[in-house]
Each structure stands twice: as C-alpha cells, then as structure tokens.
Design a protein around this ligand. Structure first.
Ligand code: SF4
Length: 497
C-alpha cells in the first residue's frame, strides 16, 4: 500500500486502532530507543538555544502576541497576503477541504501535463494525502527531503513533524537504499547521504512541478517562507518551471518584523539552531531580471476545519502553532511510542488536539485526547504558550458529553459520581471494598486482578485499601486528642487546688 493509502486507511481507525498500535510500539525496543535518543538531543538543543537567547519568557510573550493578533484578524491578513501574492505575479486558491485542494493541484498539474512532481517537506500535503491522489493519476511524486525520501522508499508516513524518519537507523536506511538501487550500501551516513543527493538532483532538474509547504506567509509582502536544513526546498522552489505552495490558512504573520521573531523562535524550539541552514523567501515567480526561479507560482491555501476554530474560546489558540515539534520532544507518551502510534498525520500533543478539531471527528480522532498524561510538559515547551494540556481535557469532556466513551466506562464514572456524592454510600463502599479485595491481596499489594484492575496491575502494583479509612482514623485521632486534653485539664485543676 502506498504511503498515502496507508495514511488514509489509518485515519479511519485513529481511535479504535490506538491500543494495538501502542502495544506494537511498546514492544519495539529499537523504536523506543531511537525516538528517545533523538527527542532528547532536540530537547537539550532547545534548552541551550533558549538560554543563549536571553529572556525566553519575554520572547514567548512576544511570539504569542504576534500569533494571537494574526489569528484574531486572519480574514484581513489572508486577504492582504493573497493580494500581494497576486500583485507579484502569483496565483492564489482558497480551498475549503482536502478534496478541493487536491482538485486544485490536479488542475494545475493537468495544465502542465505534469508527469513528475518534486516535493519539498510539506505536512499539509500529507494531511490531504496528495501522494496517494497523484499515484492514482499516474503522476510520480518524489519526496526530496532526505527523511521523507527514506519514508517514501519504506512506504511509510512521517512519524515526527520535523524529523520524519526519527524511528529509522542507518542499517535500515542502508537496506532500503540497497533494495531501491540494486547496489550494496554499508550503513555509513556520508555514503547514504551522497547517494540520496545524487539521486535527487536529477529529479529537481526533470520535474514539471516543484511542490513545497510554507512555514510562514508574510502578509505585507506576499512572501512564502521556507525553512529547512538540506537545501532541497530551495531547489524545489527554483528549478522546476512551476512552483506550487500548499499551506494551512493560519500560517501567516503580518510583517517582516514579525517574521524575524517567529523564525528565531521556530529554529530554536525545533532544532536548537539560531536559524536553519536555509531560510528562503519566495516572493512571486521569476522576474525578467532574476537568474533563476519558477515561471509560475501557485499558492493553495487550505482551510480543512481550521476556520471552525476561529472564535472558539478554548480551541482558537491551536491555530497559533508554528509546527516546531517541541511539544512532541518532551511528551512522555510520544517519547515512548513515536508518531505512527497516533495513526494520523500530526502526532504528539499538537496532533492529539489538532486532528479531532480539523477532522471534526470526536468518535475516532477524539480518542487521541487520552494519549496524554496531562503533565503539562507540552505547554512548558511550547514557544507560543499553547495550553495543549487544557485543550486535551476539554476534548475529553466533549467526548463524554457526546456519549462517545465506552458504555462500561460511562457506567463506572456514573457509579463513581453517585458514591462520591453521598457520604453514607462512600463509607459503605470503602468498607465493602476492603473485604472484596481480600482474595487479590498479596503482601499488602494487589499485584494482579480481573479487568479493569488488570489495566493497572499489568505495569504496577495497586496498594490495598486499608481496613480503616482516613476518615475513620481522623475521627479516632480527634477522640484521642480530646481525651488527652480533658485529662490534661483535670490534672491542671487538681494542681491548682
Ligand atoms: S503546539 Fe507549540 S510546541 Fe507544539 S508544535 Fe505547535 S508551536 Fe510547537
């Protein structure tokens, strides 16, 4: 199955397949080590870069203010951006959903009679499963970001926002390259990178269309900003005759001054760099005086559920995200299971919030809100101060209100609410619990038991309920103290006589 096909299939069972994918990931020791190793490196790099940058909290406030202002006035800035792209000679298309964006791209491709598309890194193209649709139209799409290229050979989807092949090692990559080329490769980084570089160079030159994402669109100039470390984004946006940008509607900043702030924060939060190796600003297609550049520039702006969040007091802030992946790198859940476990394009805490919102699917995608310990590490790491942990709680609440949780769970929580809301029932339940647990207790602990207890005891022990509840012991203590005080007062009275 193609990567796009795989992703489309996965999207349908985001929630119902979550447990199986989690078990699979937890059983893959290599994956866990690889993900933990790289996310640790990224996290350390981010912390060092933040230290060197000065008052990071002040930068966070500034970044948040820029994004908040932009999203609060998104209609204005979208229109300004579109006007400026058009003035500079580009074409802009506003697309409501995935299928609109795919058809728009196909229309452009048909006009070019395109047979080959060179792709720079673009999560939005993953979101709309563009590769899958191109394959169906017999248009070859080649991923030119090294990580994405590796995954394309492996027929997999990205498992991290910025390091898509985070779960693969050199040996696995050497095997993939050997299978793809028929030539033997040793697992040496330099050799593997050299092969990919040579192989991809031809695609840049031969492609009919270059496709990229957009890290930030600048409204005042109509520029598309591309941030990367490999140079492939620059090649894809300059060598083919046609450059198509696919971007989420929220990825704007008003001015170049604002761009400077968010670029500084993006690179530091993502990889710990001051700036990425290549930061390209594409402003319109090639002008007569330019030495290179595409003859046509098309910008596809995708809504796909984003505008539904505008005006929402809880979820609008999710549109402030700059896709730095800092929240993934610190998330204890992501670090244990990696991105494929989430079963969707966007993984980690941001994916768990964004996916149900943009897909407007609480039944399957809403289940991702449980893939979190709610520790708040994502909020601490987020350069834009997005309270993802609060949003996850609100999503769980939404799922409960829509009665989308399992019936046994609903009954359990209803009973819990009834017992905890009535002191007589509570006392009775704790007394009964003490006697009912007895067959399961070994050495003061419950080490195994039937479901749902087994869900807990599979990975840790459950302390037994004590014979006397805290409330009983507190009552006894109060009585003891009262008795001591009375005895003391009597003694004092006797002495005075
Ligand atoms: S939510 Fe914050 S930390 Fe996570 S990717 Fe977006 S900006 Fe980065």
């Amino acid at each position: 199955m193609s990567a796009g096909g795989q992703a489309a299939a996965l999207d349908q069972k985001i929630g119902s397949g979550l447990k199986d994918r989690t078990k699979q990931a937890l059983g893959d020791e290599f994956l866990r080590k690889a993900v933990a190793y790289t996310t640790d490196k990224l996290k350390t790099g981010r912390l060092q870069a933040m230290d060197m940058f000065g008052d990071w909290e002040a930068w966070r406030d500034r970044g948040k203010a820029i994004r908040e202002h932009t999203i609060n006035h998104l209609d204005y800035y979208l229109s300004q951006f579109a006007d400026n792209v058009t003035k500079k000679g580009g074409n802009v298309y506003f697309c409501n959903g995935s299928s609109d964006a795919v058809s728009t791209f196909m229309e452009i491709a048909d006009k070019q009679k395109a047979k080959l598309v060179a792709k720079g890194k673009s999560m939005v193209s993953e979101e709309i499963h563009l590769n899958h649709h191109l394959e169906q139209r017999n248009i070859e799409a080649i991923e030119t970001d090294l990580g994405e290229y590796i995954l394309q050979l492996a027929k997999e989807t990205p498992s991290h926002l910025i390091i898509p092949a985070i779960h693969k090692n050199k040996q696995q990559i050497a095997t993939l390259f050997t299978e793809a080329s028929g030539q033997h490769f040793e697992p040496e980084t330099k050799v593997l990178a050299e092969y990919a570089r040579k192989k991809l160079r031809n695609y840049f030159l031969e492609s009919d269309i270059g496709l990229t994402g957009c890290n930030f669109g600048v409204a005042e100039t109509g520029s598309v900003t591309l941030v990367e470390n490999e140079g492939n984004g620059r090649m894809v946006s300059t060598l083919p005759k046609v450059h198509v940008v696919v971007m989420g509607m929220e990825r704007l900043v008003p001015t170049m001054e604002d761009l400077e702030v968010v670029l500084n924060m993006l690179a530091r939060s993502a990889t710990g760099q001051k700036l990425t190796t290549y930061t390209s600003l594409v402003t319109g297609p090639k002008r007569p005086e330019d030495l290179d550049g595409p003859e046509e520039l098309h910008v596809i702006i995708l809504d796909n559920g984003r505008s539904q969040q505008l005006g929402d007091p809880i979820f609008q802030e999710v549109l402030h995200c700059i896709r730095c992946a800092a929240c993934l790198n610190v998330c204890p859940v992501y670090r244990h299971v990696g991105g494929h476990t989430y079963g969707t394009t966007y993984s980690g805490p941001i994916g768990a919030v964004l996916t149900p919102l943009i897909q407007q699917d609480m039944k399957e995608a809403g289940t991702l809100s449980y893939a979190s310990s709610l520790c708040g590490a994502c909020y601490e790491a987020c350069p834009m101060k997005i309270p993802l942990h609060d949003m996850l709680v609100h999503l769980r609440h939404r799922k409960v209100k829509m009665k989308l949780t399992a019936l046994p769970e609903r009954i359990a929580f209803k009973s819990y609410q009834t017992v905890f809301g009535n002191i007589t029932l509570f006392k009775l339940a704790t007394k009964m619990g003490y006697y009912m647990q007895k067959p399961l207790v070994r050495g003061g602990m419950i080490k195994s038991g039937p479901p749902p207890i087994s869900g807990w005891t599979q990975s840790r022990f459950l302390p037994m309920l004590p014979k006397k509840s805290f409330r009983d012991r507190w009552g006894d203590l109060q009585k003891e103290l009262a008795a001591k005080n009375t005895a003391g007062a009597r003694a004092k009275g006797g002495h005075a006589k």
